[in-house]
Design a binder for this molecule. Structure first.
Ligand code: AMP
Length: 215
């Protein structure tokens, strides 16, 4: 199964992608996670990306397209994958289409998770991420057992620079301007499925599974 999870920052793409990964045994490919890892390791990619990420801006298309092309060649993608946070522009979507065509492959579905803006701000500003393993918590909706400590690995939790309120607002504007046109792009290709992003994480997951299993 080859899927894209589309939706504004804070829609829950990462959480749903991890659940889909377990259920269908296919990798989650998150360009945000790949970039954060590169920033942490201070690689040349990380140094370049950090400047954009801290501002809430998009990393240039050509950089991201290169990363995804390489990633999709890996053997674990043979049975499918979940793209989380990619594509984010029409240029990236076109590059993906060409890359897949070159591999004799194509997408099955694009799932668009829909959430109101006020709720996104509330969700993102309460988000805390583990410095060591990347696990995500929410101070109200999904707190860790011990304040500031990851349940999974004991790592320290922090607030991503781009989860601070000013940057969140910028990221939402960037989403509206650059990424939301992809909804029509994929609708026009018959691939889009809309998922209501309201409610419990498990309920949203159920809606996704119904779409995937119901065709
Ligand atoms: P995310 O974790 O998906 O919200 O991504 C965090 C940040 O990484 C974004 O705000 C962008 O700066 C950058 N980023 C992640 N994916 C992409 C992409 N497909 N295109 C451009 N920038 C990206």
């Amino acid at each position: 199964m080859r899927l894209i999870l589309l939706g504004p920052p804070g829609a829950g793409k990462g959480t749903q992608a991890k659940m889909l990964m377990e259920k269908y045994q296919i990798p989650q490919i998150s360009t945000g996670d790949i970039l954060r890892q590169a920033v942490k390791e201070k690689t040349p990619l990380g140094e370049e990306a950090r400047v954009y990420m801290d501002r809430g801006a998009l990393v240039p298309d050509q950089v991201i397209i290169g990363i995804i092309r390489e990633r999709l060649q890996k053997p674990d993608c043979k049975r499918g994958y979940i793209l989380d946070g990619f594509p984010r522009t029409v240029v990236q979507a076109e590059a993906l289409r060409e890359t897949l065509a070159g591999m004799d492959s194509s997408l099955d579905y694009v799932l668009s998770i829909e959430v109101m803006e006020e709720e996104l701000i509330q969700r993102l500003s309460g988000r805390r991420t583990c410095k060591s393993c990347g696990e995500v918590y929410h101070i109200i909706y999904g707190p860790p057992k011990r304040d500031g400590v990851c349940d999974k690995c004991g790592g320290e939790l922090y607030q991503r620079d781009d989860d601070k309120e000013e940057t969140i607002k910028r990221r939402l504007r960037v989403y509206q301007a650059e990424t939301s046109p992809l909804i029509d792009y994929y609708k026009g290709r018959g691939l889009l499925r809309e998922i209501a992003g309201k409610g419990e994480i498990g309920e949203i997951f159920e809606r996704i599974c119904q779409v995937l299993e119901g065709g």
